[in-house]
Each structure stands twice: as C-alpha cells, then as structure tokens.
Write a protein that binds this ligand. Sequence first.
Ligand SMILES: Nc1nc2c(ncn2[C@@H]2O[C@H](COP(=O)(O)OP(=O)(O)OP(=O)(O)O)[C@@H](O)[C@H]2O)c(=O)[nH]1
Ligand SMILES: [Mg+2]
Ligand SMILES: [Zn+2]
Length: 213
Amino acid sequence: MKVSLNKKILDKNEECAMQNRAFFAENNIVCINVISSPGSGKTTILSRTILDTKKEIKIGVVEGDIKTDTDAEKIRTTGAPAIQIETKGACHLSAEQVEKALSAIPAKELDIIFIENVGNLVCPSSFDLGEKKRVVVLSVPEGDDKPTKYPGTFAKADVILINKMDLIDYIDFDLDKVLSEINRLNPGADIFQISATRGDGLDEWYNWLKSVK
Ligand SMILES: Nc1nc2c(ncn2[C@@H]2O[C@H](COP(=O)(O)OP(=O)(O)OP(=O)(O)O)[C@@H](O)[C@H]2O)c(=O)[nH]1
Ligand SMILES: [Mg+2]
Ligand SMILES: [Zn+2]
C-alpha cells in the first residue's frame, strides 16, 4: 500500500518534470538542480557565481526552503531574479512547485535557472524537477564520509563542488578518500574544489557553466 502510494507520487512528479524539461528546452534555458546538506554554501556559491559571471550569463534562481524567504532575498541583492518556494515542511522540492515558481520570474529571458533544493542529502535526489544538470555540494566541515553514507545523491550528480576548501587545514577531512569514493560511485562527474568565500577554484566552475549554457 505504502509502496504504491509512493510510486503514484513519483509518477505524477515525473510527468510534471517532463513538462518542465520541455519548457526549458523550448526556451533555451539550462536548468540546474543544486542539492546538498543544510549550510554547505549553496546560496553563497550562487550569489557569488551571479556576480562574477553577470556579463556573460543571465541567471535566475528558484529557492526551496521549508520556511522563510531569506535565501531568495540574498539572491535578489545581486540583481538576479529569485523566487522562494516555501515547502511547508516537505524536505524536497517537487516538479509541480518548480512549474508554479517559473511563472514568477522572467524565465524566458534567462540562460541558466538554478534551483536551490531544500538542504537534505536524501530525498531531493529521487525527485526529478526537469533539470538538465545536477550539482551536489559537499563542504569540508560536513566530513569526508558523506559520499559513502549518501551514495545515491552523489551517484546522480553531473558536478560535485567540494566547498569551504579554505577550512581544509583546520578539519580532519581526507580529500583523497573523498575523491576516490566519488570516482567509484560516479566516475563521470566533474569535481571542482572551491571556496565560495575566498574564491579558490571558481574559474573552473564558471568555465563548466559557460560550457553548458
Ligand atoms: N569558510 C567558508 N564558509 C563558507 C563558504 N561558503 C559558505 N560559507 C558559509 O557557510 C554558511 C552557510 O552558507 P549558505 O550559503 O547559507 O549555505 P546553504 O547551503 O545555502 O544553506 P541552507 O540554504 O540553509 O541549506 C554561511 O555562514 C556562509 O558564509 C566557504 O567557502 N568557506
Ligand atoms: Mg541556502
Ligand atoms: Zn523529502
């Protein structure tokens, strides 16, 4: 009973995700779903990316949060359009919520729409939102065991950003172990080691964005 209900929810989500995907394709928009634990630096990375690439890429953001619209407000201070979806308790975004949010930003004028998913390494990875690419952020203070503990999320990423590299000398984080574990789970993923606050590694990330837009 429970299994079939979950299946129905996923089927409905899949149908709506297909519609979103068609909308993005028709309008030459690259949609990127950003997934991570709470506090890994998603909003900081997106804000800095918008400011640094403003001349070349038109970016908009759909923000998912259980409550509050502080992240969308932060994004708007960069000048980019942003809309907040309050999930009212749900720990992931659905394709339907994204579809509704798209009408609140000038989507057709944008090159890239980022969706900042709810901070959670478990279920967001099971919900297709119609995105073209998936980015997973892992920050150094979270610990080097996260790819092993949440393999499904890391296995489905196109890009893995290892953020807060400025803290690596202060924290027991075995970078070689993380890189080899990601490589085992997802050999095709591009991995960029960055610091969104200090700026390390961001040019490679921006080059990747320019290559997909
Ligand atoms: N040292 C350091 N701190 C960072 C870096 N990137 C982000 N932070 C800090 O990490 C904290 C969380 O950053 P956010 O960007 O809000 O993280 P988030 O993933 O959007 O968080 P949620 O939306 O709550 O899931 C803030 O205090 C940031 O300033 C980094 O590269 N280095
Ligand atoms: Mg955030
Ligand atoms: Zn969930």
